[in-house]
Design a protein around this ligand. Structure first.
Ligand SMILES: [Zn+2]
Length: 400
């Protein structure tokens, strides 16, 4: 049967995997900004083939090769520090501190703490002590009144850190980078041992929204695992956690789970865990729609190519790297791609992994005069149209 595969689910071990989305030769990291074109072009590539487990609803890249990971201090998370995002962080800090009564004498452990911002905020606000583990941590970035009660370990979390005891364990935007994922969640459970009072909080992208919106540009090589509320809860329950709270946040872009250790596997109790039928039909719809969507974009671009038009992309994040791969734009399968524009000045002069395109300021378009501009986020179409018109540019805009 087409779509059937020889793979096993890395969340539950089931062999009933339906593969439904493929892109080959994708840069292994998409939010690394590289300083030379040669480095960007030579960047390691891997293949994406998403497999949906009919047993537990987990979705993963069955072709993922952890050997291509390059997490280090050079890794720069491109989290937007927009007022909107900071407000969201404020809410998460307050909510977690209040719910779990974090305060002096307690210790919070953050697995995959990045540069440590979340843990620092948590410790500063609550008075608790903190331990952060992440290979990308940079000590010079932490300036905090809570620094004396915080410790950071620049490494990947693993069994050798099982001795790190904490009252609260959090892991934000990390699980989606981890394979084997079941072993990881079991390790967290094993580490907690018999200390049943420990609260665990995970935050990660919500795949349900990606499926609903057909947002194939939100699928990257870096993200090897994809969860909905049900599949996430099933994994935690099978690993010996009791799931107390499970919800979507930040415009349904994120998935939040709170759990406590149990004596063994636990049964589903929350109504939102019961999503397998919904997710199965969303996967089928995504599979149908993504091909139509890719085809209609490819057709539009082929018409521009036939007319000799040149293309610029507005927005240089992971979505852009993903789109260039999906449409084969760097292999000349569309109109000539002459520029990738970003309004963030810190990105100018850097190069995109895979395509080797330089990220430039919108001002560069004055001289390049593209006939068509692909807008990576439709929310900004009007703003971008005005920006372009202000530079006497009136290209056709194609918005995602
Ligand atoms: Zn499964």
């Amino acid at each position: 049967m087409p779509g059937e595969s020889p793979y096993r689910c890395s969340a539950c071990g089931n062999a009933d995997i339906h593969t439904f989305y493929r892109v080959n030769g994708v840069p292994a990291h998409s939010c690394l900004m590289l300083s030379s074109r040669a480095e960007a072009l030579a960047f390691p590539r891997g293949d994406i083939e998403l497999g949906f487990c009919r047993g537990c609803g987990f979705i993963g890249n069955v072709r993922f090769d952890p050997g291509l990971n390059r997490y280090s201090a050079a890794y720069e998370e491109t989290q937007a520090y927009s007022p909107r995002f900071l407000q969201f962080l404020d809410e998460v800090w307050d909510d977690q501190i209040e719910r779990f009564g974090l305060g002096p004498g307690m210790t919070a452990l953050e697995i995959g703490c990045g540069k440590g911002e979340f843990l620092v905020g948590l410790c500063e606000r609550s008075g608790c002590a903190g331990i952060g583990v992440d290979p990308g941590y940079r000590p010079e970035r932490t300036r905090s009144s809570a620094a004396a009660r915080m410790k950071f370990i620049r490494d990947l979390y693993g069994p050798k850190y099982a001795h790190l005891h904490a009252d609260y364990v959090c892991c934000r935007h990390t699980l989606e980078h981890i394979e084997p994922v079941r072993e990881f969640v079991r390790l967290v459970r094993t580490t907690i041992g018999e200390r049943r009072h420990v609260n665990v909080f995970f935050e990660l992208p919500d795949m349900e929204r990606v499926l609903q919106q057909g947002a194939f540009w939100d699928i990257y090589y870096e993200h090897c695992t994809y969860f909905t509320r049900g599949s996430l809860a099933r994994l935690f329950r099978s690993a010996g956690f009791d799931v107390h709270r499970l919800y979507e946040a930040y415009d349904e872009q994120y998935l939040m789970l709170e759990a406590q250790p149990a004596g063994g596997p636990t049964d589903a109790l929350l109504p939102q865990e019961n999503d397998l039928a919904t997710v199965t039909s969303l996967v089928a719809r995504f599979e149908r729609q993504v091909n139509e969507r890719l085809q209609s974009l490819a057709d539009a671009l082929a018409r521009h190519r036939a007319d000799g038009h040149r293309l610029a992309i507005w927005g240089s994040g992971s979505k852009c790297v993903s789109l260039i791969s999906s449409l084969g734009l760097s292999r000349g399968l569309g109109p000539e791609l002459i520029a990738v524009v970003d309004i963030n000045p810190h990105k100018h002069g850097k190069f995109l992994a895979g395509s080797g395109l330089e990220i430039v300021s919108p001002d560069v378009l004055r001289a390049l005069r593209p006939e068509v501009v692909l807008v990576m986020n439709s929310i900004y179409v009007d703003e971008i149209r005005r920006d372009l018109a202000g530079r006497s540019l009136h290209p056709e805009l194609i918005a995602l």
